[in-house]
Write a protein that binds this ligand. Structure first.
Ligand SMILES: Nc1ncnc2c1ncn2[C@@H]1O[C@H](COP(=O)(O)OP(=O)(O)O)[C@@H](O)[C@H]1O
Ligand SMILES: [Mg+2]
Length: 351
C-alpha cells in the first residue's frame, strides 16, 4: 500500500492514509537548550503520517509543544531549539539531512506555514498584493511582472478576496481577510503541505467558520495536506481526518477523528472532550482539567499526565507508558490500554 503513487487523485475511494504519505514524521524530538538552565524537552518521540488532501489536527493545551513541532517541520526553530532525534520525510526527501540552502529551496515551495498570530505580521505600510508578490518572487526570480500580478490575483481569489483589493493596505482588511491573505502567501509557491498554527484563534466564530471552509476547500481542490494546530476540539471535529493529541511534549493519543471523539482511550483526550461543549447536550456541565501541563524542563518521572489524571495508578508515577497501538489505527500512551493493545511501541512503524 505504501508504494502507491502520491499523485493519485484525492477523490479515489481509498482513504488518504492508505496512499503513500506526503509527509512522514518519525520519532521526532526537540529540546530547547539554554544553559545553565536544564534542557526543556518540548517535543518527544512524536510520529505521524500525512496523506495528500488529508488534514491532521494537532491539539493540546498551551505549552504542550504544538508550535515547536510545527516549527521543527519547517526547520525554523528559534536558536535554542534543537532537533535531537527523528526523521521528517517530505515526498521521500529527508528534511533533517538537508543543508540550509537546500532546505530553503523546499521551504514554502513544498512545505509552508501560517504562523501563530500571522495576521498581525503583515507589513502595515505595504499593499497586501505587493507582499504576496514578494513571496512569489522569493522562489521564482525569473517570473515577470504581469505574471506575478496574475498569480497574486489568482491567489487572492483562491482565498476569497476580490482581486481588486490587491492594492489595499492591511488596515483596510478585516481580521479574517488578513488571515486569508496570510494563507494566500503560504500558498504562493504551491506547497504540498501547509502547517497552520492556530489560524482561527482570535477570530470571531463567523470568521473562524470562513477560514475553516477555506482550508477544507483547499484540501479538496488542491489536494493540499494540512496540519492544523489548534486547542479547539470543535475545529478538529469539523475538518480533520486524524488527530494527534499532545500532552507535555508527547503523543497522548493519535487516532482517526471519529475514534478520538467517540472512543477516546487516553484520559487526557477524555478530559479535553469533557472541557468542550457537546452540541447534542448543550446544557451538560463543562469540566475543566484542574492543574496545568508540566514544565518541560522539570518533567515528572512517570507519565506526564499522571499528576492531573483522575485514573492515575501507582505505576503511572514511576514509569512512562509507551505509545500502544490499538485496533483501527488508534494509538494511546496510557497503561490503561495496555491489555487491549495489539502492539507496544514507542513510535509508529514506518517500514
Ligand atoms: N524559544 C524558546 N526557548 C525556550 N523554550 C521555549 C521556546 N519556545 C517555546 N519554549 C517552551 O517549549 C514549550 C512548548 O511551547 P510551544 O511549542 O509554544 O507550545 P504550544 O504551541 O503547544 O503552546 C513551552 O514550555 C515553552 O515554554
Ligand atoms: Mg503555539
Amino acid at each position: 500500500m505504501r508504494t502507491k503513487d502520491v499523485t493519485a487523485h484525492v477523490d479515489e475511494k481509498m482513504p488518504p492514509t492508505a496512499a503513500k504519505p506526503v509527509l512522514s514524521v518519525c520519532s521526532l524530538s526537540v529540546d530547547y537548550v539554554a544553559p545553565p538552565k536544564p534542557a526543556a524537552h518540548a517535543v518527544q518521540d512524536v510520529s505521524f503520517d500525512l496523506g495528500r488532501g488529508e488534514v491532521l489536527g494537532l491539539v493540546g493545551e498551551s505549552g504542550c509543544g504544538k508550535s515547536t513541532l510545527a516549527l521543527a517541520l519547517m526547520r525554523l526553530l528559534p536558536p535554542a531549539g534543537r532537533i535531537v532525534n527523528g526523521s521528517v520525510r517530505l515526498q521521500d526527501i529527508e528534511l533533517l539531512d538537508l543543508d540550509e540552502a537546500r532546505m530553503a529551496s523546499l521551504r514554502w515551495s513544498q512545505i509552508a506555514m501560517v504562523f501563530q498570530g500571522a495576521m498581525n505580521a503583515l507589513n502595515p505600510v505595504r499593499a497586501v498584493g505587493d507582499q504576496i508578490a514578494e513571496a512569489i518572487r522569493q522562489h521564482d526570480r525569473t517570473i515577470g511582472k504581469a505574471a506575478t500580478v496574475r498569480r497574486v490575483d489568482e491567489l487572492l481569489e483562491l482565498v476569497g478576496i476580490a482581486a481588486n483589493r490587491r492594492t489595499q493596505y492591511p488596515f483596510q482588511y478585516s481580521g479574517g481577510m488578513r488571515q486569508r491573505a496570510m494563507i494566500a502567501m503560504a500558498l504562493a509557491c504551491n506547497p504540498a503541505v501547509i502547517v497552520a498554527d492556530e489560524p482561527t484563534t482570535a477570530l470571531d466564530v463567523m470568521i473562524q467558520a470562513q477560514i475553516l471552509d477555506l482550508l477544507s476547500r483547499l484540501r479538496r481542490e488542491l489536494g493540499l495536506a494540512i496540519i492544523l494546530v489548534t486547542h479547539d476540539l470543535g475545529i478538529v471535529a469539523e475538518i480533520c481526518d486524524r488527530v494527534l493529541v499532545m500532552y507535555g511534549g508527547v503523543t497522548a493519543e493519535y487516532a482517526p477523528v471519529d475514534l478520538a471523539f467517540n472512543a477516546p482511550r487516553h484520559p487526557y483526550t477524555q478530559a479535553l472532550l469533557h472541557a468542550f461543549p457537546d452540541p447534542d447536550h448543550p446544557q451538560a456541565k463543562l469540566n475543566s482539567i484542574p492543574g496545568a501541563p508540566p514544565r518541560l524542563d522539570a518533567l515528572p518521572p512517570g507519565c506526564r499526565f499522571a499528576p492531573r489524571c483522575p485514573q492515575a495508578m501507582e505505576r503511572c508515577q514511576q514509569a512512562a507508558p509507551a505509545l500502544y497501538a490499538l485496533p483501527d489505527d488508534q494509538f494511546a500512551s496510557c497503561f490503561l490500554v495496555e491489555d487491549t493493545a495489539e502492539d507496544r511501541r514507542g513510535s509508529l512503524d514506518h517500514g
